[in-house]
Design a protein around this ligand. Sequence first.
Ligand SMILES: C[S@@+](CC[C@H](N)C(=O)[O-])C[C@H]1O[C@@H](n2cnc3c(N)ncnc32)[C@H](O)[C@@H]1O
Length: 178
Amino acid sequence: MLYPMEFNRAWREAVSLGLTRRTRLYRDEIQLLCHIFRHTKSYLEVGVYDGLSAYLVGACTEAKHITLVDINENKYIVTVLESLGINVETCWTRIEDLELNRPHAWCLLDADHSYEGTKAAYDKCFGLATSIVLHDVEMPEVSKLFNEFTGVKIVSSQTSYTSPDGKVLPPLGYGIVK
Ligand SMILES: C[S@@+](CC[C@H](N)C(=O)[O-])C[C@H]1O[C@@H](n2cnc3c(N)ncnc32)[C@H](O)[C@@H]1O
């Protein structure tokens, strides 16, 4: 087995855990992201929501430590990640107020999708992560920031996608900017 868990199995587990009900992610985008970072041991996620991306990263990479940052507490995803043997640190706070010194291999920014909000999160996490990934780089404000940074973009090969909650999604995309 290439990963701790094969991606399609992890997605099925995420469905059965209820993590896909509201979250809108393109499967092929997050699968490729997990593949690129599969050998990393630590991960910082800003913008957790129901925890779908946190779970997929936890299940499909070698992450042993995950830090979750969100305004809203989510105890459920912490329990789920800990059941995978992952050490989970939580910061239920605004990213702007984050006080954290622990370095991480990489960080996913998926919280405030305004230009200013994404830039503020990037600045806050710059010294905390070796690599930084933005979600929703196909959306106008994040796209503007991504184009200033430049980087590697991951965009779904699907032209149309209906998310588990029945919404037809515009392209989302990840951008690796550091
Ligand atoms: C798009 S959702 C994240 C989706 C998640 N990555 C997933 O896979 O389900 C955005 C999340 O960012 C959080 N958020 C928004 N602004 C924030 C901020 N300034 N600081 C921390 N969290 C924030 C929201 O509470 C929400 O849970």
